[in-house]
Design a protein. Structure first.
Length: 280
């Protein structure tokens, strides 16, 4: 990846993280930990990978994203806002009764949201349907579905994985946000889905393992997914829950807790410093 592109993506990722903190702080609720861990992936998807147009969010030829881990909507909203789907200031209205930005994504209210999600395990099934529809209609669009690593403990995920492999949905790309933490602890402590790579491979998937915070690796993985024919691709992205905010990193306590005023100030100061460090 060219240095200029990488620098641009890093700057946008900081803005996405600031949007996550802004939203959850003003809502006094939400899920910052997993939103921060997938911020780099969401940044790459919306600012490098996906064919989407904020001026025409319902374009039938657009790429689709199904946020199966719907509780990390703050990351999706921040990416959509900075892409131009709606005003960045609206991020402060997260979870307000009259806001278009509810706690989980809603295609009814929010431009750029391709599927209403939140009930874990179900998003990948919808993504399979979208991918199959694209095949049947002869469309070139691709479908992307971010999953939580705790979410893949759901049985429906593996039913969908079996379907996708059997139908050879090579226009489908799943991304597992592998931060090894869910609401109650580590994956091993709750209900281990390991080995992730081998499980997806056994269902007929192409699997790529990467660091989910390295844009070079992220780009290579998505390029490999597009190059793979006859199989869906799963990108297993090793991430850090709460990435970018020191006191949130690798802490399951921040799965579903919003920062208070003092914590908000610390987090935003850290992100402002990260932004300054990227200035040339």
């Amino acid at each position: 990846m060219e240095d200029s592109k990488k620098l641009s993506l890093k700057k946008i990722a900081v803005d996405v993280r600031k949007g996550i903190i802004e939203g959850t702080f003003n809502a006094k609720s939400g899920h910052p930990g997993g939103s921060l861990s997938i911020a780099d992936i969401m940044t790459y998807l919306y600012f490098s990978e996906m064919n989407v147009d904020p001026k025409n969010p319902a374009d039938e030829n657009r790429d689709r994203l199904v946020l199966s881990k719907g509780h990390t909507a703050p990351a999706l909203y921040a990416a959509l806002a900075h892409k131009g789907f709606f005003d960045v200031e609206l991020l402060k209205t997260l979870r307000k009764p009259d806001s278009m930005l509810q706690g989980h994504p809603s295609m009814r209210y929010t431009p750029g949201v391709d599927m209403s999600t939140g009930s874990l395990g179900q998003g990948i099934s919808v993504a399979c349907g979208m991918a199959l529809a694209g095949k049947l209609k002869g469309k070139d669009y691709r479908v992307y579905v971010p999953l939580g690593d705790g979410e893949i403990e759901e049985g429906q995920v593996w039913e969908a994985a079996m379907f996708a492999g059997n139908r050879k949905l090579d226009n489908l790309c799943a991304i597992v946000d592998y931060n090894n933490l869910q609401i109650d602890g580590t994956l091993d402590e709750v209900n281990s889905p390991y080995p992730i790579k081998e499980k997806f491979e056994s269902f007929g998937w192409n699997v790529v393992e990467i660091c989910g915070h390295c844009f070079d690796q992220i780009e290579d993985a998505f390029e490999a997914a597009k190059a793979c024919k006859g199989k869906p691709t799963c990108i297993v992205a090793k991430t850090v829950k709460g990435k970018g905010v020191s006191f949130m990193e690798d802490k399951c306590d921040w799965h579903g807790s919003a920062p208070n005023a003092e914590q908000y100030a610390i987090a935003m100061d850290e992100l402002d410093e990260a932004a300054k460090s990227l200035e040339v």
